[in-house]
Design a protein around this ligand. Sequence first.
Ligand code: AMP
Length: 111
Amino acid sequence: MSHDCLFCKIVNREIPSEFLYEDDTYVVFKDINPAAPVHLLLVPKKHIRSINDLSPEEGDIISGLFMVAKEMAREQGVNESGYKLLFNVEKGGGQEIFHLHLHLIGGWQKK
Ligand code: AMP
């Protein structure tokens, strides 16, 4: 855990947040500033700064994250309409919170 990391504080329940999903490795909660009707953040509990900092041993965390994403998309009812999965990496890539997380974004009106 990193003591000045917002997502570590959320993971450790020092800052209240409603988890839509939790297991030993991940938590999922709604983005506070949603970019779409469905905007979830899928967050490994382990503090990893960004994709750049992943070690080979941590690869399973990423594959597991996609399995959680698939399940959350189904639960949120966007699996068939479609959704985006996004990692922002470092400042130039739009990352603001330096604790690895996957955005699940969807739920736009179908035309
Ligand atoms: P990123 O730009 O990829 O680092 O994404 C960070 C995301 O965290 C942004 O979309 C923010 O809206 C979101 N965010 C910041 N603070 C909170 C919070 N306390 N609870 C939920 N989402 C947050």
